[in-house]
Design a protein around this ligand. Structure first.
Ligand code: HEC
Ligand code: HEC
Length: 219
C-alpha cells in the first residue's frame, strides 16, 4: 500500500523530470530482468564456452566474448533452425546444435546474446604452429574487405570479428567452409558469402598463414 501510494504521489507531481526518471526506472528494471534471464540461460553454455565465454579447446567450443550481438543472434538462429551445424561431418557443429534448441524464443536468444557481449573479451592462447604471418598478411588483403583491416568484423556485412578467437577454431571453420561442411545449406545466406573466400586459400598452409596474421591483430 505504502509503496503504491508513494508512487501515485510521485507521478502526481507531474514534473517532466519526475516522469522521465520514472520511465528510466521502469526501463532499467526490464533491462535488469533481461540480464538475469541471460545470465540464467548462459549457465547451460559455461560447460563448453567457459564462465567468461573465452571458449574451451577440449570441448571444441570457440570464444564468444569478442563477437557482436548481431552475429551471435544470427548464428544461434541458424543452429536452432538446423541451417548451421547439421552436416554429418560437422563434429563440433553437431555438439552445438542441440544447445541452441534450449533457447525457446527470440527473447531468450536476445537475452543470452546480451549477456555474452557484456563479458570482456580477453586474448586467447595461440596453438597452431608453422603459420607464416608475413605471407598471411598478403592473403588477408582480401579478407579485410569484410572483416576489416583490424579484424574486428563488420555487422553491416555480417562478417564476424576474428580477433581474440582461437586459431584452431578458425582453421576448422576455414576447412569447413571450403569442404562445404559449413555454408552450403540453401538458407545459409551469410555462410554462402564466406564460402568462396575460403576457396582462395589454396591449402592448409595458406589457411595457417592467414590465421597467423589474424592472431597478430589480437595483440
Ligand atoms: C556441448 C558443448 C556446447 C555447449 C553446452 C554450448 N555450445 Fe556453443 N558451440 C559449441 C561448439 C563445439 C561450437 C563450434 C561449432 C563449430 O565449430 O561450427 C559452438 C559454437 C557456438 C556459436 C558460434 C560461434 C561462432 O564464432 O560462430 C555460438 C554463438 C554459440 N556456440 C553459443 C552458445 C550458447 C549461447 C550456448 C548456451 C545456450 C552454447 N553455445 C552452448 C559447443 C557448445
Ligand atoms: C565477402 C565478405 C567476406 C570476405 C571477403 C571474407 N569473409 Fe570471412 N566471413 C564472412 C561472413 C559473412 C562470415 C559469417 C558466415 C556465417 O554467417 O556463417 C564469415 C566468417 C568467417 C569465419 C568464421 C568465424 C566464426 O566465428 O565462426 C572465419 C574464420 C573467416 N570468415 C575468415 C576469413 C578469411 C581468412 C578471409 C580471407 C581469406 C575472409 N574470411 C574473407 C564474410 C567474408
Amino acid at each position: 500500500m505504502k509503496s503504491s501510494r508513494s508512487l501515485a504521489e510521485f507521478v502526481s507531481l507531474k514534473s517532466p523530470i519526475c516522469v522521465l526518471s520514472l520511465i528510466v526506472a521502469v526501463l532499467s528494471g526490464s533491462v535488469a530482468q533481461a540480464d538475469t534471464r541471460g545470465e540464467q540461460l548462459y549457465r547451460n553454455c559455461t560447460i563448453c564456452h567457459g564462465p567468461d565465454a573465452e571458449g574451451i579447446p577440449l570441448q571444441l567450443a570457440p570464444a564468444l566474448s569478442g563477437l557482436s550481438e548481431k552475429y551471435i543472434i544470427e548464428q544461434l538462429k541458424k543452429f536452432k533452425g538446423g541451417i548451421r551445424g547439421k552436416h554429418h561431418e560437422d563434429v563440433a557443429g553437431l555438439r552445438m546444435l542441440p544447445l541452441a534448441q534450449t533457447l525457446a524464443s527470440d527473447e531468450d536468444i536476445q537475452a543470452v546474446a546480451s549477456h555474452i557481449v557484456a563479458q570482456a573479451s580477453s586474448q586467447v592462447e595461440t596453438s597452431l604452429e608453422g603459420g607464416d604471418a608475413t605471407k598471411g598478411q598478403a592473403l588477408y588483403a582480401v579478407c579485410q574487405a569484410c572483416h576489416g583491416p583490424d579484424g574486428k568484423g563488420n555487422d553491416l556485412l555480417n562478417a564476424p570479428s576474428l580477433v581474440n578467437q582461437h586459431d584452431w577454431y578458425q582453421l576448422t571453420q576455414l576447412k569447413n567452409f571450403k569442404s562445404g561442411v559449413r555454408g552450403t545449406n540453401p538458407q545459409d545466406i551469410t555462410g554462402a558469402q564466406m564460402r568462396p573466400m575460403s576457396m582462395i586459400l589454396a591449402d592448409e598452409q595458406a589457411m595457417k598463414d592467414v590465421i597467423a596474421y589474424i592472431q597478430t591483430l589480437s595483440k
